[in-house]
Ligand binder design. Structure first.
Ligand SMILES: [Mg+2]
Length: 260
């Protein structure tokens, strides 16, 4: 994508009108909701719940939330009357609209390593900055000064690296921290699985802000529209860039009206 390119979507809206199936992938933190240091208070931007419910009621668009958060974390924050399909923990968990949850087992060695990684953080006073998820441990440094972030990142990478030696767990950086995560699950895999459910008569878009969304942008390349949602531009493989919340709400309203 050209540096900082804003969306020009005329052709896209025409295509959207003419397809029989539409899928809208939405990341949560930083996309539908502004970041908060208190992660349990990161509620959606005003107007987001309303437009998502309107889209759901239309029955014309399949909404899929794809997040790094665990599904149980997301439900109270989303606060929708009916929940759409949700892929949590970077695609490790899949919650269907009927409430059923699909979640693979992880091997006991990886579980032990995740537990050890968590215990190290807990024993060093970082428990409140940790997020324990079904297949990962995330350490959040939002709110810390940049030099503290860099120092901690170095220390945590050193502590976690031995847990990655057999390749089952990997360290990923995201916008606001580091995560030790079971390999084989990322947002791009979630997109690929959904793509495989459709023929060519579908139009998909993926909206996300983070480095972890880049896997999904790449998975959708040439098959749909990928959108970086972010206050400031950064280098990305997304097709275009929107600034939340104004341009995001406008985009969602257009999806709704062009899909009727
Ligand atoms: Mg995000």
């Amino acid at each position: 994508m050209a540096e900082g390119k804003k969306c020009s979507l005329k052709i896209f809206w025409q295509r959207l009108q003419n397809v029989s199936s539409r899928v809208l992938f939405l990341d949560y933190d930083g996309t539908l909701a502004p970041f908060r240091k208190e992660r349990d208070k990161a509620f959606p931007y005003p107007g987001i719940r309303e437009i998502l419910e309107k889209i759901q009621q239309s029955g014309k668009i399949r909404i899929i939330i794809v997040s790094g958060r665990a599904v149980t974390d997301l439900l109270p924050l989303l606060g929708l009357k009916n929940f759409p399909e949700i892929w949590g923990s970077h695609g490790f968990e899949r919650r269907l609209p009927d409430g059923s949850l699909v979640k693979p087992e992880i091997d006991s060695k990886s579980q032990q390593h995740l537990e050890s990684a968590y215990n190290w953080l807990k024993n060093h006073g970082y428990e409140k900055d940790c997020e324990k998820k079904p297949a990962s441990i995330a350490f959040h440094w939002r709110g810390l000064k940049q030099n503290q972030q860099m120092e901690l990142a170095g220390t945590i990478r050193r502590v976690w690296t031995p847990f990655t030696e057999d390749g089952t767990l990997r360290i990923h950086q995201f916008d606001g921290g580091l995560e030790l995560r079971h390999a084989g699950f990322h947002k791009g895999e979630a997109v690929k699985q959904i793509l495989a459910e459709y023929d060519s008569e579908v139009f998909m878009a993926y909206l996300g802000d983070d480095l972890t969304d880049e896997d999904a942008f790449k998975a959708l390349k040439g098959k749909g529209l990928s959108v970086l949602v972010r206050e400031t531009y950064r280098k990305t493989s997304a097709d275009c860039w929107l600034q939340p919340p104004g341009e995001l709400l406008n985009f969602l309203e257009k999806w709704y009206s062009y899909s009727l």
